[in-house]
Write a protein that binds this ligand. Structure first.
Ligand code: 5RP
Length: 233
């Protein structure tokens, strides 16, 4: 039986072409993309420049010998491959389970094309049905943002690291994981509400940022779906 994350992650790496600047997402599915890219760099002399979306990915990619550069060195990114916590039929997503939502969102916004790699449990009819929405907040503003989230119908919890200490993002902020017991009715509406709340650095709603979805299956096959209509870049 194949690992769906491995199947999807490796398949996405085949879309990378020599000369590309590649956004490297974060998480356990994208890790398999990194492994496959490293294989292709060695075997085919694939020449790419990777832009990592987190310290974690940066360390892993560097350890695998994938050439990296700073985001500031690029105006656009040719292709980004990233995971998701939930993705709906419109290709809107919840991301940030790994805490890298801010950098992932910036890199996605700069990308000509974004491929999302998931197992089938991440594909949902309505966002918020299985996963809380991560909201990255400036620590000072945390109580205020938590109140706003409650007013919006959510149950926010401050994210903690495995040892119990408050989780701190790569940008020195905190994360409120907001569970929406009735799901999220309008991703775009909620995103604009949260983006307009002082103290919110980024919310984990990714609206209109994914172009292609690769779903890995246990039998080793993939479902590949393209966003309809295609995004204007
Ligand atoms: C990190 C993310 C990840 O892409 C998301 O959590 C999926 O992770 P995984 O591939 O490990 O299931 O958004 O901030």
């Amino acid at each position: 039986m194949a690992n769906p994350k491995e199947v999807a992650g490796r398949a996405a790496a085949e879309h990378v072409e020599t000369g590309m600047v590649v956004g490297l997402g974060t998480g356990s599915t994208v890790y398999f993309t990194l492994l496959r890219l490293a294989e292709r760099i060695r075997a085919e002399r694939l020449s790419i420049t990777g832009v990592p979306t987190s310290r974690d990915t940066e360390e892993k990619a560097r350890g695998l010998g994938i050439p990296l550069s700073e985001l500031a060195a690029h105006e656009r990114i040719d292709l980004t491959i990233d995971g998701a916590d939930e993705i709906d039929p419109r290709f809107d997503m919840i991301k940030g389970g790994g805490g890298a939502l801010l950098r992932e969102k910036v890199v996605a916004a700069m990308s000509r094309k974004e491929i999302i790699v998931v197992g089938k449990e991440k594909v949902v009819g309505q966002l918020g049905s299985t996963f809380p929405l991560p909201v990255e907040v400036v620590p000072f503003a945390e109580p205020h943002v938590a109140r706003v989230l409650r007013r919006l119908g959510a149950e926010p919890t401050l994210r903690r690291a495995p040892g119990g200490a408050v989780f701190v993002t790569d940008n020195h902020n905190h994360i409120l994981d907001a569970r929406f017991p009735s799901g999220i009715a309008s991703a775009r509406g909620l995103q604009s509400e949260l983006d307009g709340t002082p103290g919110v650095v980024a919310c984990g709603l990714f609206v209109g940022l994914a172009d292609k979805l690769i779903i890995g299956h246990e039998d080793g096959s993939t479902d590949v779906r393209d966003r309809q209509p295609p995004r204007e870049v």
